[in-house]
Design a protein around this ligand. Structure first.
Ligand code: GLU
Length: 468
């Protein structure tokens, strides 16, 4: 039987890294077994689901490259089907209408609490013989088995046993006709012939209920793997207060999708001490059974390290295209100035994110506004003759290449009896407005002669205008 997995997010907010990791594990499992990966949007909670959240999920999946073979399916479009299955269960005597009013349920609860029992529906309408009370729209409840056990052979948690006496008859269709989560999941998992349910372990407690409904439908039980949650560095459940958790926010902050995927796959899963995995390697080596059963802690530093690793490795054309986009977001037009393919080379070594890279690259496409006050101290009367000399030589430098620029600057330093840094630093401030830039020879090469001379003229004028 071919493997069919699904990712079934509820569109109540952005896709966060925990959801993305679950999606990744499901996707990897399907890819590894040459199976089918399904995307199902669980949007039955009409109050909390939003079209924006659906878009954010689709966008995140696309950015991460987690292509689905089927879907996206939307549960709100399956209401007819859920009602049909509910009717089947009613007809087969496996579900029943419950007319208990809110007051009755509250009284039931209060009595159970007084007896120190776990509050649960006591099955009052299960075998109700008397005619239903008039004017009450019933809910539909599933007849959960009264005794026996449900055994979940979880691929991550191992064997987990639930006692049916702990489970009550859950509502599968509310009075307003809307189907409930545990019911819709089962109907869809069965209809979509899902073979492996890989999801967050916050759903482990729902699993026995779902298995019981599946059995009532005569369906085959899928294999379950409940993935532990992700914790923040402080050991608490990962949330916004730990920093970025939304997948698309990582995109905005300049992360590469492969870095995030690589980071997520290693979160709670390992293969020897290997840290870096290409997507193909993940597919080959990942096995959901090797996922750790305890929660994993999110480490932003490591993600940053992986991002830098992938930036260093990325193919130049792709990186250039990405850099163009990030520059555009900063309001910088990269069409006038040096070729992006050339700009990325000195920057990839020194950029942990694409945002950082774009901030460093903008100097090549627009003039800096003012000298950084701390750096302006390098533009003094003392450095004036030095900068003037450099300008004179740059104007006639035959070969405008980084090595030729480097040789020339070194020569000037030697002639003046100065260390290279003493020459390079005022030159850097003249060219970039600050003391930090990629190597100055490469920077000036990318600027071109004309702009370099303009920068030196500007610096010389600045020195002339300065009081000291
Ligand atoms: N819709 C559920 C959620 O977002 C997941 C349900 C499932 O995977 O079975 O938590």
């Amino acid at each position: 039987m071919s493997v069919r997995t699904r990712f079934a997010p509820s569109p109540t907010g952005y896709l966060h890294v925990g959801g993305a990791r679950t999606a990744l594990f499901s996707w990897l499992y399907a890819r590894k077994h040459k199976g089918t990966f399904i995307l199902r949007i669980e949007d039955t909670d009409l109050e909390r689901s939003t079209p924006q959240a659906v878009q954010a999920i689709l966008q995140s999946m696309e950015w991460l490259g987690l292509k689905y073979d089927e879907g996206p399916y939307y549960q709100t479009r399956h209401f007819e089907r859920y009602h049909e299955v509910a009717r089947q269960l009613l007809t087969a005597g496996k579900a029943y209408r419950c007319y208990c009013s809110r007051e009755e349920l509250e009284a039931m609860r209060a009595e159970q609490m007084a007896r120190r029992e776990k509050p649960r529906y006591n099955g009052r309408c299960r075998d109700r013989r008397d005619p239903p009370p008039p004017g009450v729209t019933p809910v539909i409840r599933f007849k959960n088995p009264l005794d026996g056990e449900v055994v979940v052979e979880d691929q991550i948690h191992g064997r987990v046993v639930f006692d049916n006496r702990e489970l009550d008859d859950l509502i599968i269709v509310r009075a307003d006709g809307s189907p409930t989560y545990n019911f819709t999941v089962v109907v869809d998992d069965v209809d979509m012939r899902v073979t492996h349910v890989i999801r967050g372990d916050d759903h482990l407690n729902n699993t026995p209920r779902q298995i019981n409904i599946m059995q009532a439908l005569g369906a085959t039980q899928p294999v379950y793997a409940h993935v532990p949650m992700i914790l923040g560095p402080d050991g608490k459940k990962l949330s916004k207060r730990h920093g970025t958790v939304s997948v698309m926010q990582y995109e905005e902050e300049g992360y590469l999708p492969e870095a995030l995927l690589n980071y997520l796959v290693r979160l709670g899963w390992s293969h020897g001490d290997q840290e870096v995995f290409s997507v193909d390697e993940m597919i080959e080596k990942f096995d959901v059974r090797d996922v750790n059963r305890s929660a994993a802690a999110f480490n932003p530093e490591k993600l940053l390290w992986l991002n830098q690793h992938y930036i260093k490795q990325a193919e130049a054309g792709r990186l250039a295209g990405l850099l163009r986009d990030y520059l555009h977001r900063l309001g910088v037009d990269a069409s006038r100035g040096p070729a992006l393919e050339e700009v990325i080379e000195p920057l990839r070594e020194r950029s942990k994110t694409l945002v950082e890279m774009a901030n460093q690259a903008r100097i090549f496409y627009e003039d800096f506004k003012d000298y950084d006050p701390a750096a302006a101290k390098h533009l003094t009367k003392d450095s004036k003759s030095l900068l003037a000399e450099l300008r004179r030589r740059f104007a006639v430098l035959h070969d405008w290449s980084a090595p030729a620029i480097h040789t020339m600057v070194s020569q000037v330093a030697e002639e003046q009896g100065l260390k290279l840094g003493k020459v390079a630093q005022p030159l850097r401030v003249a060219a970039c407005g600050g003391t930090v830039s990629p190597p100055i020879d490469v920077t000036l090469k990318l600027y071109g002669r004309e702009r370099t001379l303009k920068c030196l003229d500007r610096a010389l004028a600045f020195i002339d205008g300065a009081k000291t």
